[in-house]
Design a protein around this ligand. Structure first.
Ligand SMILES: [Zn+2]
Length: 64
């Protein structure tokens, strides 16, 4: 289960969070972006230039 879907850009230092399934958020410099909200962790980037600060809870795993 995804509690927080967020990354920090290592280039501009911006912290961005996707709050909904179709909430696509780019950092200030546009080098990376997050998407997927609490449903899936999707990252868009040219090079891996971010630190993942997402919070996931494995103890409350939902049955599919
Ligand atoms: Zn950036």
């Amino acid at each position: 289960m995804i509690i927080r879907n967020a990354i920090r850009c290592n280039i501009c230092g911006d912290e961005i969070e996707s709050k909904h399934r179709h909430d696509y958020v780019e950092c200030k410099c546009g080098a990376c972006a997050v998407d997927g909200g609490h449903d899936y962790l999707r990252r868009c980037f040219k090079e891996e230039c971010y630190t993942d600060i997402s919070v996931t809870d494995h103890s409350r795993k939902e049955k599919e």
